[in-house]
Design a protein around this ligand. Structure first.
Ligand SMILES: [Fe+2]
Length: 337
């Protein structure tokens, strides 16, 4: 497998999908190319979504910290593994649990990314999951409109996704996106912009990390140019895709339902440098997670910290390992196409 001469080059400022605006697909791709966000309905069945919800709950219980989905008094940090922003889990080898790989490899999940990129030769992120408990008492949570693409990377370089497992109405936890903001990314960052001084802001030395946290005035900047901040409502089994330049954040559940989500993202293997795939293979072999980016920005997710120290409940491998197939290893970037 070698890149074709006409392939766009990652990080050259050119969109990695060369979309002709006059082209109509007659499916979710039209919405994606128009607004940078698309919902792909029913990529897995509601029954399968229920299976993944159950697996996520069992995973929380596997730490033996007393978490009980039926007893809200146990919905506290002391009874749970350590999460980021109240429900995102990236550590503990969880990104390689068997059920997590099963979700990534659901035929219609793969098919969706194949359609998007018009190739079967994809690599997948070793992304985390989101299990957010409503009314968790010991949680401080604040909105953090951000994008997961560094302002230094121009053009459309990555498409993120999440596979939703739980009914997701206006009151439930879910994804909030600034529709259309991806199209204004280069314009917005053509001026010097300071990140919001948010508690989750990455340190200056990590400035090239693919995260930018917006200020309230930035939100207004996008709204003033016709973008709209919307809550994405979903049914179990729906997949949402968004251009990584899109401003977004997760909203905390106000209703009774636990939020259950698997982040999943695939990009063409041809966009990856061999050194990045070597690093990715190393992370795979040691059961470590990555960012949302499949083909570059390969950095291991941090160690979960509890009370200022590595969580004593940390794990170096999944409790149920995935079935290793050739296709899985190709998607993991370990084996070639
Ligand atoms: Fe994000």
């Amino acid at each position: 497998m070698a890149p074709h001469a006409e392939d766009p080059i990652p990080d050259s400022g050119v969109d990695l999908i060369q979309h002709d605006a006059s082209k109509q697909y007659g499916d979710w791709r039209d919405e994606f190319h128009k607004t940078g966000v698309a919902i792909v309905k029913g990529v897995i069945t509601p029954e399968k979504a229920a299976y993944y919800r159950q697996k996520q709950v069992e995973w929380l219980q596997s730490f033996g910290l007393g978490f009980d989905p039926k007893d809200e008094s146990t919905w506290t940090q002391a009874h749970l593994p350590v999460a980021f922003k109240g429900g995102m889990y990236f550590g503990y080898g969880s990104n390689h649990e068997k059920y997590v790989w099963e979700a990534r490899m659901e035929p219609k999940v793969i098919e969706t990314f194949e359609k998007l990129w018009e190739t079967e030769e994809l690599v997948v992120s070793f992304d985390g999951q989101n299990i957010t408990l409503p009314r968790q008492k010991d949680l401080t949570w604040s909105p953090w409109p951000h994008c997961d693409q560094s302002p230094h990377r121009k053009g459309m370089q990555c498409v993120q996704g999440l596979l939703n497992y739980q009914p997701n109405g206006p009151n439930d936890g879910g994804l909030i996106v600034m529709k259309g903001s991806s199209k204004l990314f280069d314009q917005f960052f053509s001026e010097t912009r300071e990140q919001d001084d948010h508690e989750d802001k990455p340190p200056e030395e990590e400035n090239f990390k693919d995260l930018f946290i917006f200020k309230e005035e930035d939100v207004k900047w996008f709204e003033g140019r016709g973008c709209e901040m919307i809550k994405v409502n979903l049914e179990p089994g729906d997949l949402v895709l968004w251009d990584s330049r899109t401003m977004h954040y997760a909203c905390f559940p106000q209703g009774d339902l636990i939020r259950h989500v698997q982040y999943v993202c695939m990009t063409p293997r041809k966009f990856a440098k061999q050194e990045d795939m070597d690093l990715k293979a190393e992370l795979f072999k040691t059961w470590q997670g990555t960012t949302h980016w499949p083909h570059c920005n390969i950095r291991k997710a941090g160690v979960p910290m509890r009370d200022g120290k590595e969580d004593p409940h940390n794990r170096t491998e999944p409790i149920e390992k995935p079935e290793i197939t050739h296709r899985l290893l190709q998607l993991a970037g370990v084996e070639a196409y």
